[in-house]
Design a protein around this ligand. Structure first.
Ligand code: SF4
Ligand code: SF4
Length: 448
């Protein structure tokens, strides 16, 4: 394969050389913990990628499988003393296995084209699919089909897919958030909110809560209409060209120069959005704007702490103290190195007792579409996470990523961890917004 067609060979070689084979990352790698095999570790994968870049190894099906098995959780980057840029290697490795055809299969190709290239490229199509899914659930049709036993006739993978169908909100973000909302007093900051794609249809309540906490803290919030998907799923799944196209679209619709910050409340998206500068560095038309974008991107908790957010005066739900534990989404703690700020937000809420979760930085098994592509490992990680959550005795689990929220909710509902009561799973911004709302009789957001 020629150098220009081999993405690993065309990488800056210094990135491939960073690994000094010390092995310090191995104990933090979930897939290595599962198998104890070198090839399933960060060090093993980097060696494979380097061998392909050096032309010593072809891009084989085994390599593609190895890259699919890697969660992309980036725990190895936190553990690594040499500062290995595994995020770049991972994206290039997955893109290389897609480009070489080693990862292809007819069903895989169909699912990828439909989800990555069709649905996530067309916000209207995504909304239409969301409405259908909502109707399917709300009409009782899904319950009926379940009771009929028809699902047990489906092939195992399809049955799995149906069980993991995303619960869709009745109203999406543009129905519950105005295009521009202003705080009660004079605005101290002007920010843009990214409403996301899955977040938009499944967690519009989290977007609403995010706007509410921003308004309470003196921010004028613009939520530009017609936003596109940020492209993180594309980059993490080996379609870097689509990720670049979506990044350009985003930069065309939102000018970073107009805002003090661009806010994301989804860890996976935020981690990718901060890399637009890197992703479009070679694009003469967009490189400058992409760098300005990256400089202004903030996770919501990061921004709140940066501007010195106001501590609420009352607890979210009456005067009862509540135990809350915190699951750290990989792309917040490892991807963006944000660990203290969400805890600071949670501790600021009256009545919240923050209980640390064992292995809080270990992946829950969500990792984009990992629960669909690697259900066994994903299930093992989910159950491990749910067990740790239950061990804290917390009534609430806070986490800042839609995929984690969905999978942990699913694990808790399945009764993993002895089937005791279900802790509530929420985004930290939702708890903070509830506390602000409880300050004023009747609740509701203060701006807009
Ligand atoms: S990204 Fe996660 S699963 Fe992949 S090598 Fe690093 S630690 Fe292991
Ligand atoms: S990735 Fe980092 S921690 Fe892991 S073996 Fe290489 S240098 Fe060591």
């Amino acid at each position: 394969m020629s150098a220009e067609r081999n993405l690993l060979r065309s990488l800056d070689y210094s990135v491939l050389q960073q690994c000094m084979h010390c092995g310090l990352c191995l104990p933090s790698c979930p897939t290595y913990l599962e198998t104890r095999r070198e090839r399933n570790s960060p060090r093993g994968r980097i060696s494979l990628m380097r061998a392909i870049a050096d032309g010593e190894l072809e891009t084989t099906k085994a390599f593609a499988k190895e890259m699919d098995y890697c969660l992309g959780c980036l725990a190895c980057t936190t553990a690594c003393p040499a500062g290995v840029d595994y995020g770049t290697l991972f994206e290039a490795g997955r893109a290389q296995s897609e480009r070489s055809g080693a990862a292809s299969g007819p069903l895989r190709g169909l699912v990828r084209s439909f989800s990555l290239r069709f649905l996530l490229f067309r916000p209207r199509a995504l909304h239409a699919a969301g409405r259908l899914l909502w109707l399917y659930e709300a009409s009782g049709f899904r319950r009926l089909l379940r009771r009929s036993g028809l699902f047990s006739l489906l092939p195992r993978r399809l049955g799995e897919l149906e069980r993991q169908a995303i619960p869709i909100r009745r109203h999406f973000s543009d129905a519950v958030i105005a295009a521009v909302e202003k705080p009660r007093g004079p605005a101290r900051h002007r920010v843009a909110l990214l409403s996301g794609c899955i977040q938009d249809v499944a967690f519009s309540d989290v977007n609403r809560a995010t706007v509410d906490v921003l308004l309470e803290n003196g921010c004028e919030v613009a939520t530009p209409r017609g936003q596109s998907c940020c492209g993180s799923l594309h980059a993490h799944n080996g379609d870097l060209e689509a990720a670049r196209q979506l990044a350009r679209r985003q930069l065309e619709s939102i000018d970073p120069g107009q805002y003090d910050a661009i806010i994301s409340n989804s860890a996976g998206c935020g981690s990718h959005l901060k890399r637009y500068g890197h992703l479009l560095a070679g694009d003469p038309e967009f490189a400058g704007r992409a760098a300005a974008w990256s400089a202004r991107m903030r996770d919501i908790s990061e921004w709140l702490v940066e501007i010195g957010f106001r501590r609420p005066l009352t607890p979210p739900a009456g005067a009862q103290p509540v135990a809350v534990t915190y699951h750290e989404a990989c792309h917040l703690c490892h991807g963006q190195k944000i660990t203290d700020q969400p805890r600071e937000v949670l501790r600021a809420i009256p009545g919240v007792e923050l209980r640390e979760c064992p292995e809080s930085t270990m992946c829950c098994g969500s990792a984009g579409v990992y629960s669909l592509t690697q259900p066994v490992t994903s299930g093992w990680l989910r159950d491990r996470k749910v067990g740790h959550i239950r061990s804290t005795g917390a009534a609430i689990v806070a986490t800042a990523n839609p995929g984690c929220q969905l999978l942990i909710q699913q694990g808790l509902a399945m009764g993993a961890g002895n089937g005791r009561g279900h802790p509530r799973v929420v985004h930290p911004a939702v708890l903070l917004a509830e506390a602000y709302r409880a300050e004023t009789a009747g609740g509701g957001h203060s701006g807009g």
